[in-house]
Design a binder for this molecule. Structure first.
Ligand SMILES: NC(=O)c1ccc[n+]([C@@H]2O[C@H](COP(=O)([O-])OP(=O)(O)OC[C@H]3O[C@@H](n4cnc5c(N)ncnc54)[C@H](O)[C@@H]3O)[C@@H](O)[C@H]2O)c1
Length: 179
């Protein structure tokens, strides 16, 4: 199995390392370049007995890798596990800002179906919020499939969107495909 872990903190790093240790292929993604730099250098940003050896062994075995690239993470695996922080908000409830940003990042870059798991500690109902965030983000991506000749009018009809413009035609002009 392959998995991407979004958020390489206490929970994300330990989860990723343990999944790799039992034979899975794991990519740990974090926006924090310093943290990912340390991990790539074989250092561990947290104290957890035995973790350093597990991380090093699994990196050496090619089962564990680290990235700061959201697209690389979203495209790596069907299974996407969100393990970002959920700090308490002003009223004490979990702040889902980071979780929803992580979901948005997956949706912006995914190139096929994904199973998204909330590994962060979240309240009941968060899965629906994550699902909505993904759906809204995907709706902003102009996706359509076509066969035969491509035409902007067809793309507009297929996507129901008016954003397609003459720029979109350029590669097809170059290829002298009739529009
Ligand atoms: N630490 C624990 O012992 C523990 C135990 C049980 C549950 N939890 C829960 O697990 C979740 C994670 O906790 P933690 O302690 O690992 O947090 P952490 O702060 O150590 O790590 C979170 C990481 O997510 C990264 N991040 C934030 N937004 C991101 C994004 N959009 N894309 C990629 N990376 C992003 C941050 O840079 C940070 O490195 C929280 O919901 C927490 O409540 C933690």
């Amino acid at each position: 199995m392959k998995a991407s872990i979004i958020g390489t903190g206490y929970v994300g790093l330990v989860t990723g390392a343990c999944l790799a240790e039992v034979g899975n292929h794991v990519k740990c993604f974090d926006l924090d370049e310093r943290k990912i730099g340390m991990l790539r250098d074989g250092d561990i940003p947290i104290f957890e007995p035995g973790l350093k050896e597990i991380v090093r062994n699994n990196v050496a075995a090619g089962r564990l890798s680290f990235t700061t690239d959201a697209a690389e993470s979203a495209r790596y695996a069907k299974l996407q596990m969100i393990a970002v922080g959920t700090p308490p908000g002003e009223d004490g409830s979990a702040d889902l800002t980071y979780v929803l940003a992580a979901a948005r990042g997956i949706a912006e870059h995914m190139d096929g179906p994904r199973v998204i798991v909330d590994k962060s500690t979240v309240p009941v109902g968060t899965a629906d919020k994550v699902k909505n965030e993904v759906a809204q983000t995907l709706a902003k991506r102009d996706l359509c499939s076509f066969c035969g000749f491509f035409a902007i009018d067809r793309a507009r009809r297929a996507t129901g969107r008016q954003r397609c413009n003459a720029e979109d035609n350029r590669p097809f002009h170059r290829a002298t495909i009739p529009l």
